[in-house]
Design a protein around this ligand. Structure first.
Ligand code: CTP
Length: 400
């Protein structure tokens, strides 16, 4: 699969640089031609000798050495992929700002091939708004940003920020750039994710436990399969996926989510409402913080508009509309009623009586029903695998 592919591996100064050796070894084993470009700082973490031995090419660091000038433009133009792994917060910030004080940055700025970065840093650095702003900028520049893993960090703390494992990086690159699937190429897909928040004073709101993981996994899957994704997400603590074909709109309340959906829906070929939209909102929002003078507090709630129902009413024959049904018990009849009532093409049932399912879990157990009477039942799977099952079920339905 990697035979004849030329990959530039940029290595920056992070403790995760020791994993670059494994990356090079696995890539070369699979037939890739790997040219390593290190930043000067990376030399403190892994020797160029190790990487040149494994890659069978001299490692490059300087723009010129003695009388030799390394043509960064040629490097960036000849490669099939530029992968920067590990990518430190510092290098990411420099890339986002267009700074160019080493060979790797010069190669990046000249690259005409896809660029993928595998960030590695401590959790606080990862979540710092400055880092996230740089990542957003890089995503807007078309850089493909791999997720970070959770686990033990160089600081000794546990948290987010570990570089993705080499084998997973290679599998992801393969899927995205080496053997991309194009089943949804040219399709515009609207996906909602996460909860909504309904405020009742300036500091309080009602909401639900939705994490956004299912909607984010769907966005990633459809982008990988070639679609342009409009991702409308409520407030989540996990980061939405970065991908050049995922365009994020953040919203807070159900009414903001409705507005965003109404905006994107007419242009969408496929719409998937994975968000857990709050059914009710407080009728009054106090302008000042409510004081605790009384022993009880009564809130009057009024119904939010059902976004999916409204979209079903506007749906054109060439559009595909998919909803979720979250039920306390596995109740296929209720799910199918929802599908009919909201004029959906497909509904995905997940039940709260399945312990590995639904809110804040990484796994989900679903059943899919479509308007032609087909039904599919799946075992517990990771949400990314569930997203793939949903995409494939939709594909079959669209091709039927
Ligand atoms: N949904 C929506 N707008 C709402 C409520 C729900 O678009 N105000 C969507 C959800 O995104 C989901 C589907 O409707 O795709 C079903 O949501 P669910 O909470 O299971 O059911 P409801 O239709 O809200 O009905 P109930 O809560 O009575 O089960």
């Amino acid at each position: 699969m990697w035979q004849g592919k030329k990959l530039i591996l940029g290595v920056t100064g992070s403790i995760a640089a020791y994993k670059s050796a494994e990356l090079v070894r696995l890539l070369v084993k699979q037939g890739a031609d790997v040219q390593v470009v290190m930043t000067p700082e990376a030399h403190q973490f892994i020797t160029p000798l190790t990487l040149s031995t494994l890659s069978r090419h001299p490692v490059l660091t300087e723009i010129s050495t003695d009388a030799t000038w390394h043509n960064h433009v040629q490097l960036g133009r000849e490669a099939d992929i530029l992968l920067i792994a590990p990518a430190t917060a510092h290098t990411l910030a420099k890339m986002a700002s267009g700074l160019c004080d080493n060979l790797l940055l010069a190669v990046y700025l000249s690259a005409t091939c896809p660029v993928t970065v595998a960030p590695a840093m401590d959790e606080d650095m990862w979540f710092h708004p400055a880092t996230q702003t740089q990542l957003d900028k890089l995503a807007a520049h078309g850089v493909d940003i791999l997720e970070v893993n959770q686990g033990e960090l160089a600081s000794g703390l546990l948290g987010w920020g570990r570089m993705m494992e080499p084998a997973d990086i290679i599998a992801t690159l393969q899927e995205r750039w080496i053997t991309p699937t194009h089943q949804f190429q040219g399709k515009k897909v609207l996906i909602t994710a996460g909860p909504t928040r309904e405020p009742f004073d300036p500091v309080r709101y009602i909401s639900n436990y939705s994490s956004g993981k299912m909607g984010f996994a769907l966005a990633k899957t459809f982008a990988w399969m070639g679609a342009e994704v409009q991702l409308v997400a409520g407030p989540t603590s996990i980061m939405p996926p970065h991908h050049p074909r995922i365009h994020l709109t953040r919203v807070e309340t159900a009414s903001q989510m409705k507005q965003a959906c109404q905006h994107f829906f007419p242009e969408s070929d496929i719409t998937i409402m994975a968000a857990a939209v709050a059914d009710y909102r407080p009728q009054q929002i106090a302008t000042e913080k409510i004081k605790k003078h009384e022993n009880t507090l009564q809130l009057t709630l009024e119904k939010n508009e059902d976004i999916l129902l409204a979209l079903g009413q506007q749906k054109q024959p060439q559009q595909w509309l998919i909803g979720f049904a979250l039920e306390t018990h596995h109740d296929a009849t209720l799910a199918m009623e929802k599908m009919q009532h909201k004029r959906l093409d497909m509904i995905i049932l997940n039940s709260l009586d399945e312990p590995a399912s639904a809110f804040h879990h990484d796994t989900n157990k679903i059943s899919i029903f479509d308007r032609f009477g087909n039904e599919m039942h799946f075992p517990v799977k990771h949400k990314s695998a569930v997203a793939h099952d949903i995409a494939m079920a939709l594909l079959r339905l669209m091709q039927a």
